[in-house]
Write a protein that binds this ligand. Structure first.
Ligand SMILES: *[C@@H]1O[C@H](CO)[C@@H](O)[C@H](O)[C@H]1NC(C)=O
Ligand SMILES: *[C@@H]1O[C@H](CO)[C@@H](O)[C@H](O)[C@H]1NC(C)=O
Length: 194
C-alpha cells in the first residue's frame, strides 16, 4: 500500500510538479465536463458547461445543496491515452474535500486545482458546505503552464467520485486533449499565452 502511494505520488510529481524546468506549451482542450449527482436530495440543482474561445476551454457551472454536508471524500483518478496504446493511469488517490478546500494538501497538483477552481467560485466554499446557497463556478480554465514539457500528445480522462463516508454523492468527469505546441521559442513561464 505504502509503495503504491509513493509510486502514485512520484507520478504526480513527475507529471505536474515540474517547477523550474522550463515552460511547457500546450493547448489543453476540454471536450467533456460532466457532473452527475447521485444523491439528488443533497444536490437538487447543478450544471456544468464548457465554452470554447480560441484554443481555451472555459468551465462554468453551479452547485446548489439541499442540506449541509461535511466529511466528503473524493476518489480521483487521471488516465491518459494515445492512439493504439493502452490507457495509462497516472494516479488514483483518495483525498479529503474539506482539507482540499482549506488548501492544506502539499501536492502541487491539488494546489493548482484549488487555485484554478476554488478561486473561480463566487463564495469561498468551506466545510460544512452550506445548503440553499448557489455555489457558482465562472469561466475557470486549466492553465497549460502547470504542465511539464514531456507529456505526449494524448487524451486525458479525469474522474472524481465524491462520497460521504461510504455513500456515493456525485461523480465528476473531465476529459479532453492535450496538444503540445511544437517548434516554438521557449521563454519565461509567463510568456505562454494561448
Ligand atoms: C491555437 O493553437 C494553434 C497551435 O496548436 C495555433 O497555431 C493557433 O494560432 C492558436 N489559435 C489561437 C486563437 O490562439
Ligand atoms: C444558480 O445559479 C445558476 C447560474 O447563475 C442558475 O442557472 C441557477 O438557476 C441557480 N440555481 C438556483 C437554485 O438558484
Amino acid at each position: 500500500m505504502k509503495l503504491l502511494r509513493i509510486w502514485a505520488y512520484f507520478l504526480l510529481i513527475l507529471v505536474f510538479d515540474w517547477a523550474g524546468s522550463g515552460c511547457a506549451e500546450y493547448v489543453v482542450s476540454v471536450d467533456r465536463f460532466v457532473f452527475t449527482p447521485i444523491d439528488r436530495e443533497l444536490i437538487p440543482s447543478q450544471s456544468a458547461t464548457i465554452e470554447h474561445v480560441g484554443n481555451r476551454s472555459y468551465l462554468s457551472g453551479h452547485l446548489y445543496l439541499g442540506r449541509s454536508v461535511d466529511n466528503v471524500i473524493a476518489l480521483a483518478s487521471l488516465e491518459i491515452s494515445r492512439p493504439n496504446l493502452p490507457r495509462v493511469r497516472l494516479f488514483n488517490s483518495k483525498f479529503d474535500v474539506c482539507s482540499f478546500l482549506k488548501n492544506t494538501y502539499k501536492s502541487k497538483f491539488l494546489q493548482q486545482f484549488h487555485y484554478r477552481f476554488v478561486n473561480f467560485i463566487n463564495v469561498q466554499p468551506s466545510c460544512p458546505l452550506k445548503p440553499h446557497l448557489n455555489y457558482t463556478l465562472e469561466r475557470s480554465y486549466i492553465d497549460e503552464r502547470i504542465l511539464p514539457e514531456l507529456l505526449p500528445e494524448c487524451s486525458y480522462f479525469f474522474n472524481v467520485e465524491f462520497r460521504e463516508k461510504t455513500k456515493p454523492l456525485a461523480n465528476l468527469h473531465i476529459s479532453g486533449q492535450l496538444h503540445p505546441v511544437l517548434n516554438k521559442k521557449r521563454g519565461p513561464k509567463n510568456r505562454v499565452k494561448i
